[in-house]
Structure formats: structure tokens, C-alpha cells
Write a protein that binds this ligand. Structure first.
Ligand code: SF4
Length: 437
């Protein structure tokens, strides 16, 4: 079934189709603690110039910004997935399951006992609150299902349309956890409109963060992708970090720009040539390596005397009391100590990669052990020393685990965060950089 209509001044085609699959699992990281995600749409009218979803590797259609494909059977697919996991629609009055006859069954909400997960509604190939959602209301249907099945949710959007669903977000948050985050990278709205032509303005996004926080819903900012020469200036970054703090964001996650060779890079480069011709030759140098993942050439980065945004961002966040990553929420039925330990190891790995240089081997082992603990079905905190030493965890990681196991805290992390701040300050001083302090 197809339907065409015109919306906010640009032609848009909505195309509905029956999808074969919807739900994907993913590894956790400091980016997000969600373990399951889904994209009910393909294509995105926000049409961001830097959008990674346009890269050929994702097999999206050419008119990504004008033709939006909707998986019309997404609610059925999601419900089937929940049922397969052994979950009951605990918040539904009439469930059409055995729980209608044996209400006590509802108490567990999870018949297999494997535990819940955070569901990321959205991903790199669509914004689930793009304006097509006003008409289709697909995201709302999925959110309703998450509420019915008592599943925690995570969003990353550039649209204040998310406020439409405040009622459901509040109910989910009261029940378990809802976190609604915004990508915000450019304080100057003229620049922002060049790169994100059809998204909510920076101001509207900050207003939405404020509203969500006032309602008690978790929210943070993704300063990502940071655009070299344009978004990575001390002025722009300081402004975004300070405003994020003012509106109550809980964290800012900062990361650089990748440009995958092909559609993704070509569209971006054409825009820079048109609107920022002075930076065009520098971008050509910076991304001239044609890295298949879109990473910039770090040697050129140093030659062009750029400042790593992650380092400036870390310093700004530290001074303002803004975390550099979301705090991990532990879903119902999962093992608290294992998941918290996973978070700790990922944080150590991150700080050791950027600020207080750990060896590659150590960083690899920290991340590897984090994944192992994430999936461990035994409660780590209930094991004795000898038991957990039998796990396939490298001895380089064991002291961090032992400290956490004995005290439930990590002084090592606290110290490392302070050391990282000192290291970031020293680096920025050497670059004669101006930001807070
Ligand atoms: S909002 Fe996200 S998915 Fe949509 S165009 Fe922008 S970067 Fe791509």
C-alpha cells in the first residue's frame, strides 16, 4: 500500500510495507546501555547532511530524505518478540494470555526469568519522531507495547515531537525507566539548519530536555557528530555544555564525525564546499584517507592543529558536573552487580583509551571482560574469590573487579576520572585552548 502527501513544504512519500524482521540485539557500551533496538522506519525527513544511515553499506534507498518506508507490521513483530522472550503484557487489563485466568502469573512478568533489557526505539537509519510520525503514530504504538510489557525504553532524537508521548514516557519511567535523549551539536541555528534542515531547532531541543527533566524523565545530550572547524570550537562546545547543564541534562556523550566514502561523504563535502568554502580544502585533507569506516586521518588532524573534541568535552563536563555517559539502569530480573561491573569496566576502558593511556591489551581485556560479565548468568557478587578467578577474565582486569566486589565501589574509577581531568587540562593548555576556567 502506498500513499503520497506533502508535508512542511517538501514533497514526501510514505510507503508502507510488511517487514520480515524488526528487532536486533546489540552490545552495550558507554553510548547506550540498550541491548535490543528496532527501526520502524527506513529513511528520515530530517535529512541531516552528515547522516551515516545514507551510507551504501546500510542498503537504504537513494531518496532517503524524501521517501519514508514504514514497517506497518512493526507492532505485531515486537509483540511476538516480547512473547518469545516469555514476557507478559502485565500492564494490560485484558491480556489474552493465561494471566487473565491466573492473575498471580502476572507478578513475575517474565516467565523465563532471563530478565528484561532496555529497548532502544530508533537507530541510525531513521529518527522515530520525524514528522511522518505525526500522521503514522507508529512510534507511539511501539511505546504503548513497551509500557504494556513493562520494558524500559531509550530514545535518541532531534525532534521535540517526543513531547507528544510524555504521558507514556512518564508511565514507563514510573514503572521502570525511560530515557529520552537529544543530539545537539550546534548552538548557531543558522549552521544547525544547514546540517539538519528539517529537525527541531537547537533551542527547541533544549526546551524539550528541560521539559522531560521537569517531568522526572531521564535525559541527556549527544554532542555527536562533532563537526571539525564548525562544531568543535571552544565557543560552540562551551555554549552547548553550559546550556545542557542549565536545562538539567544528566550527561553529555561526545564523539567525532565519521564520513564513509560514497553518498555519506559526498553529500557532506558538497555542503561544506557550498556553505563553508574556507574549510573545504581542510576537510579534503582530513578525510582524504577514504577510511571504510569513515574515520578521519589522525596524522592530518594533528597537522591541522585541531583539538580532540572528546578531550575538551570531558573537561567541560567534569567542571560542570555532567557525566560523560548515561548511568546504567539495571532492568527487572537482571543481576545488579554484574551489570554495574560491566559499566565500571567500560568506563575504565574509555578513560584509559583517551586520557590516561592504558596499553591496548589492557583496554581490550577491560571491554572483553565487561561483555563476559554482562552475559554471566551467575551473580558475581555471590561468588567467592576462587570462583570468580575461574572465569575467563584476564589477570590485568582482576584488581578492578576485586575492589568492586569487596566494597561495591571503585576508588580506581574515581581517581582515574580526576587524573583524566588533569590530563585533559594539560592537553588543552598545550593547545592554548580556551574553555571554562
Ligand atoms: S535524524 Fe538521524 S537518521 Fe535522521 S537524517 Fe538525521 S542523522 Fe539520519
Amino acid at each position: 500500500m502506498k500513499s503520497d502527501f506533502t508535508h512542511i513544504g517538501h514533497a514526501m512519500i510514505i510507503e508502507e510495507y510488511e517487514a520480515k524482521s524488526l528487532v536486533r540485539t546489540t552490545r552495550t557500551s558507554l553510548f547506550s546501555w540498550a541491548e535490543v533496538y528496532l527501526n520502524p522506519y527506513q529513511g528520515c525527513e530530517h535529512d541531516c547532511v552528515y547522516c551515516d544511515g545514507k551510507a551504501e553499506g546500510y542498503y537504504m534507498h537513494d531518496d532517503f530524505g524524501q521517501r519514508i518506508r514504514v514497517k506497518k507490521n512493526a507492532p505485531e513483530l515486537l509483540e511476538t518478540y516480547f512473547k518469545k522472550q516469555g514476557f507478559f503484557p502485565i500492564n494490560r487489563e485484558k491480556t489474552s494470555t493465561l494471566t487473565d485466568y491466573f492473575p498471580d502469573l502476572k507478578k513475575s512478568a517474565d516467565s523465563t526469568g532471563k530478565g528484561k533489557f532496555i529497548l532502544f526505539i530508533g537507530g541510525g537509519v531513521c529518527d522515530v519522531f520525524q514528522s511522518a510520525e505525526k500522521e503514522i503514530k507508529m512510534t507511539r504504538k511501539l511505546l504503548q507495547l513497551a509500557y504494556d510489557y513493562k520494558i524500559p525504553v531509550y530514545f535518541l532524537t532531534k525532534s521535540n515531537l517526543i513531547l507528544r508521548d510524555l504521558d507514556l514516557l512518564k508511565k514507563i519511567n514510573e514503572d521502570s525507566y525511560a530515557c529520552a535523549c537529544f543530539t545537539i551539536t550546534l548552538a548557531d541555528e543558522q549552521e544547525q539548519k544547514i546540517f539538519e534542515p528539517n529537525a527541531s531547532t537547537t533551542h527547541e531541543r533544549f526546551e524539550a530536555v528541560e521539559k522531560l527533566r521537569e517531568e522526572g524523565i531521564h535525559s541527556g545530550v549527544y554532542f555527536y557528530p562533532t563537526l571539525p572547524f564548525i562544531g568543535d570550537t571552544a565557543e560552540n562546545m562551551t555554549s552547548i555544555y553550559k546550556t545542557s547543564k542549565e536545562v538539567g541534562a544528566e550527561f553529555i556523550y561526545c564523539w567525532g564525525l565519521t564520513l564513509k566514502p560514497g553518498r555519506n561523504k559526498n553529500q557532506f563535502m558538497n555542503t561544506v564546499q557550498k556553505h563553508f568554502p574556507e574549510y573545504y580544502p581542510k576537510y579534503k585533507e582530513l578525510y582524504g584517507n577514504e577510511d571504510k569506516y569513515g574515520n578521519l586521518d589522525s596524522k592530518k588532524f594533528e597537522e591541522l592543529e585541531l583539538v580532540w573534541p572528546e578531550i575538551r568535552g570531558y573537561k567541560l563536563g567534569y567542571e560542570l558536573g555532567l557525566d560523560y555517559s548515561p548511568t546504567r539502569y539495571v532492568p527487572e530480573g537482571r543481576i545488579n552487580s554484574n551489570l554495574k561491573l560491566t559499566e565500571l569496566l567500560h568506563r575504565l576502558a574509555y578513560l584509559k583509551s583517551f586520557f590516561v593511556k592504558g596499553s591496548r591489551y589492557e583496554i581490550k581485556q577491560l571491554n572483553r571482560s565487561a561483555r563476559l560479565l554482562n552475559d554471566l548468568s551467575l551473580d558475581f557478587s555471590a561468588m567467592d574469590n576462587l570462583d570468580y578467578q575461574k572465569l575467563d577474565i584476564d589477570k590485568i582486569v582482576l584488581p578492578y573487579i576485586e575492589e568492586y566486589a569487596s566494597s561495591g565501589k571503585s576508588k580506581v574509577l574515581e581517581e582515574l576520572e580526576k587524573l583524566s581531568y588533569d590530563s585533559a587540562s594539560k592537553y588543552l593548555k598545550s593547545k592554548k585552548d580556551i574553555c571554562l576556567n
